[in-house]
Design a protein around this ligand. Structure first.
Ligand SMILES: [Fe+2]
Length: 213
């Protein structure tokens, strides 16, 4: 039924990231902030922005951990928590490839150790004029004992915008050995591993396509 188009590996701005690794910094928090800014400031490549028709993103079930009214956070990562930070850039488009501004993007997921928290790793943000959004969060871990796709690395999303159908879906990750083979192929994105100030970090991009009402 649809596609999260993989803006993909080519869209990860390696140059900016490598630049971030060479910034001087006496303060870990400052360095983290600079790295975040570099990751989030990455400009979408022209190649991913064409006004070509797209299939709407595949739908999934919402799972059992959804909570409405999450805070509007763009930096959910706290140094010292398990796993790696993930810089996730995304864009919401309609089926003709036109960016959807002011769409609401809700996201929630487990921490890097696969633990789900009531008050962590949940956000509800809006897309900008170019349909883009960005967050720094945790690269979600495998969820111990959970069946099927619920045990794989995943980020839940609910995307809403007036005039478009609400989308309930998942972001999955290519190469995840826990990912069942029967999931819609369009949902899996590539999370490139890099290093910022000696710390491992993931970088990923996603395109989300909404159907009109
Ligand atoms: Fe889940």
């Amino acid at each position: 039924m649809g596609t999260i188009h993989r803006a993909g590996e080519a869209a990860v701005d390696r140059q900016r990231r490598e630049g971030a690794t060479h910034l001087p910094g006496a303060c870990a928090r400052l360095r983290a902030g600079v790295a975040l800014a570099a990751a989030l400031a990455t400009t979408l490549t022209a190649g991913s922005a064409g006004a070509e028709e797209r299939a709407p993103t595949s739908e999934t079930s919402i799972g059992i951990f959804y909570q409405p009214d999450a805070p509007a956070l763009t930096d959910l990562w706290r140094p010292g928590e398990p796993g790696e930070p993930l810089a996730l850039r995304g864009r919401v488009l309609d089926v003709e490839g036109v960016p959807i501004a002011d769409a609401q993007v809700e996201m929630w997921h487990a921490d890097g150790a696969g633990q789900v928290h009531a008050d962590r790793y949940r956000t509800r943000i809006k897309t900008g004029p170019d349909g883009s959004f960005g967050v720094r969060t945790a690269y979600p871990g495998h969820i111990p004992g959970a069946p099927g796709v619920w045990g794989a690395r995943h980020i839940h999303i609910v995307v809403t915008h007036p005039g478009h159908q609400r989308l309930i879906s998942l972001i999955l990750f290519k190469g995840d050995e826990m990912l069942p083979g029967d999931q819609p192929a369009d949902l899996a994105i590539f999370a490139e591993q890099g290093r910022v100030d000696g710390e491992s970090m993931r970088f990923a991009r996603v395109e989300i396509v909404l159907e009109r009402e």
